[in-house]
Design a protein around this ligand. Structure first.
Ligand code: TZP
Ligand code: MG
Length: 211
């Protein structure tokens, strides 16, 4: 069954996680209430993605938290990961879906209303929308959209959305008010002195924002 919860979506970055590593960061974040984990390593080859992915699968075993692989469809298939996330510059959604089974989650990044409208809900399970704010985590990011832009793009998307880009404590209310189902974060958890507490505070805030 393809069920997933976008509430607090951790996107792992090897540089930001370097102190304790991506696997330990994921383990702590999930203990704190993270609901999805994505492996995003732009410089890793497929063999390295598979190796890291295996270690993440061990750390997530029994938690029910899905592991999503960024861009590397091949690695995701070999791993039997729960899903794949592709950007606009990556393998198009249709091409990705042709390579992965229906049972796998497919996420796509969209930065504009037009791209959101083009999303095929028959192929794609969720969209990542951003950057809400400028962020040093993705130096090549597009112009920040703010919460107003987020709301417009969410409204144009035919599938559930998760917001990304510069999001941290204090942003759950405006993100959910814009119609997104959750917050995707890198630096708000990766590289924090205590990733578990960071995740727990965010998860609590999201839960409270829903009330
Ligand atoms: N896509 C748009 S912004 C971004 C990605 C992967 C990085 C978000 O990182 P942070 O540290 O949560 O701002
Ligand atoms: Mg990508």
């Amino acid at each position: 069954m393809k069920s997933f919860d976008l509430s607090l979506y951790l996107v792992l970055d090897p540089d930001l996680c370097r102190e304790i590593g991506m696997v330990e960061t994921a383990r702590l974040a999930v203990a704190g209430g993270t609901t999805m984990v994505q492996l995003r390593d732009k410089s890793a080859d497929t063999a390295t993605m598979i190796e890291t992915g295996r270690a993440l699968q061990l750390a997530l075993a029994g938690t029910g938290i899905p592991l999503i692989i960024n861009d590397d469809v091949e690695a995701a298939i070999v791993l039997g990961a729960e899903g794949v996330h592709v950007g606009q510059s990556d393998l198009a959604a249709a091409a990705a879906r042709r390579r992965i089974p229906d049972t796998m989650i497919l996420g796509v990044s969209v930065e504009t209303e037009e791209l959101a409208r083009q999303v095929d809900a028959g192929l794609v399970d969720y969209v990542g929308i951003g950057p809400v704010f400028a962020t040093g985590t993705k130096p090549d990011h597009k112009t920040p959209i703010g919460f107003d832009g987020l709301a417009r793009i969410v409204a144009a998307a035919p599938v559930p959305a998760v917001a990304i880009g510069g999001l941290k404590q204090g942003h759950a209310v405006p993100v959910l008010a814009a119609g997104a189902h959750g917050l995707a974060v890198v630096s708000a958890i990766c590289g924090q002195p205590d990733p578990e507490t960071a995740a727990r505070s965010l998860a609590r805030e999201i839960e409270e924002a829903r009330r």
